[in-house]
Design a protein around this ligand. Structure first.
Ligand SMILES: [Zn+2]
Ligand SMILES: [Zn+2]
Length: 482
């Protein structure tokens, strides 16, 4: 132990710089050697934590996490000398789940009884993966520490609780439970792992006597009807990104009623009796309160003739809009083309809405209106034929920011595909095009069994030659089989 501590002291001049060096494949630094040596002997490492300079905690934490040293991590969380601890860019997969559990288990949620040990400083444990987040936030002041990711919305947040009691000095903390935040992204899929994890979280909340705030910013629910109990554990005000894969409109509305700050909403397989009743009205009422929405995704949500009612309540200036399998009508397209809510879209996905009509002018107007912002357009499986696409081409070529265009599985002929390519190759930012297999490659369009692969190979070749002639080797034209 002595030798290891000496190495630590020797390297204490610029530990961060040395650690950076280790990352850049330079020969191993003394700090790295010291850390590796500590990790080889867990009990020595745990003992050393008591007197270890603060600066060593971050590199030791990263190395212990990467090496899967559960016991060391458990002890580090107890004596972590900073206000916050973020997993940040560390990789979390199945094997690391035990490490996360150990960290939660040892997160100090009650005042320390042992005055001899390092007083717990950690108040925000952030288990979300985020490549732009450092392990701990830069401290401006040790007395009034701050974390850039602390909860700003819940009544159980540290900011609100400490605001109520005034600034709580560490001495008086002995009488009060410590307000602590655990930041997690949750994916509720009804699996055994999820159930175990929730039992575990519940017992931790109980242990904290209510001082632990589980702050979930990104919530994914597979089947809403199976997750109602779990949602009661959370303060839904904190959720910024919500995704529900299957649920009734009334249950979804109930969840939305508890939220205020959604930035992203994704609903799929939404069931309801009618769009004429109270439930849909309530749903729209709560949607209207979400002034921060930037991304809306509605899929398998039959909105025929009612899209205007949804769009009207959304804030203007959405960035991302997905309306797949929504059975949109010509009337819906007419409204979409004029809606200020979608006038600044970067991404629009209208795939799987069959367009039976002959009048493509509203769609053309929509594309012209979006030409200044649109980067990604998907219109796969829309029954768009040669006549329709020829109306859209003049609008498409005005979309000079377009990077991705997907229009697979539409009944397009080879001459039209050639025309499309000739028109799109001048769009310098357009890099990826997913094109439909031309109808002549099928005996009966669009049945996979009737596909003539030899004809398809000739199509590929022809498009490749055309791209070369247009000097667009940087452009990728690909298609896929169903
Ligand atoms: Zn922080
Ligand atoms: Zn929160």
């Amino acid at each position: 132990m002595d030798l290891q501590l000496r190495i630590l002291h020797f390297t204490s001049i610029e530990p961060h710089r040395r650690f950076t060096k280790m990352d850049t494949k330079n020969p191993k630094s003394l700090l790295d050697l010291a850390i590796q040596s500590l990790l080889r002997n867990e009990s020595v490492a745990i003992q050393a934590l008591e007197d270890m300079p603060r600066l060593f905690f971050v590199p030791l934490f990263i190395a212990a996490f990467k090496g899967g040293h559960k016991n060391i991590l458990s002890e580090m969380v107890k004596v972590w000398p900073y206000y916050c601890l973020h997993i940040g860019s560390l990789t979390v997969q199945e094997p690391q789940h035990e490490l996360l559990k150990a960290m939660i288990e040892n997160l100090p949620v009650r005042p320390s009884r042992n005055s001899a040990s390092r007083r717990p400083k950690l108040k925000i444990l952030d288990l979300r993966q985020d490549n732009d987040c450092r392990t701990t936030c830069h401290e401006v002041s040790i007395k009034e520490p701050l974390c850039f990711h602390s909860c700003a919305y819940s009544d159980s947040s540290i900011l609100k609780i400490e605001g109520q009691h005034g600034f709580v000095n560490p001495e008086s903390m002995v009488q009060f439970p410590r307000p602590v935040e655990l930041l997690v992204d949750l994916s509720l899929d009804g699996s055994l792992v999820e159930k175990e994890f929730l039992v575990f979280l519940t017992s931790k909340i109980r242990e904290s006597s209510g001082s632990l705030h589980i702050c979930c910013r990104d919530l994914q629910v597979d089947k809403l009807c199976d997750s109602k109990c779990t949602l009661k554990l959370l303060d839904l005000k904190c959720v910024g990104q919500l995704s529900i894969d299957m649920g009734s409109l009334s249950d979804i509305t109930n969840v939305l009623s508890q939220m205020d700050h959604l930035e992203s909403l994704s609903l799929s397989k939404v069931t309801f009796r009618s769009l004429g009743g109270k439930v849909f009205k309530n749903f729209l009422g709560h949607l209207q309160r979400m002034n921060n929405l930037k991304k809306v995704s509605l899929s398998s949500f039959c909105l025929t003739g009612h899209l205007d009612r949804v769009l009207r309540v959304l804030p203007p200036g959405l960035n991302f809009l997905y309306l797949t399998y929504c059975d949109l009508s010509h009337r819906d397209f007419r409204f979409l083309a004029q809606s200020p809510q979608v006038s600044r879209l970067k991404l629009l996905n209208l795939s799987n809405n069959p367009m039976y009509w002959d009048d493509f002018e509203p769609f053309q107007t929509l594309l012209v209106n979006l030409s200044g912002t649109l980067r990604h357009l998907e219109i796969n499986h829309c029954l768009i034929n040669d006549t329709a696409i020829s109306v859209l081409i003049p609008a498409l070529i005005r979309c000079t920011h377009l990077r991705v265009l997907c229009f697979a599985s539409n009944p397009i002929t080879m001459p039209m595909l050639v025309t499309i390519m000739n028109n799109l190759t001048p769009l310098k930012k357009l890099k990826y095009v997913i094109y439909p297999i031309p109808v002549h490659c099928y005996e009966i369009w669009p049945f996979q069994g009737s596909l003539d692969r030899r004809k398809l190979a000739i199509v590929h070749l022809q498009l490749k030659v055309m791209l070369e002639l247009a000097e667009r080797a940087d452009m990728n034209w690909i298609t896929y089989l169903e």
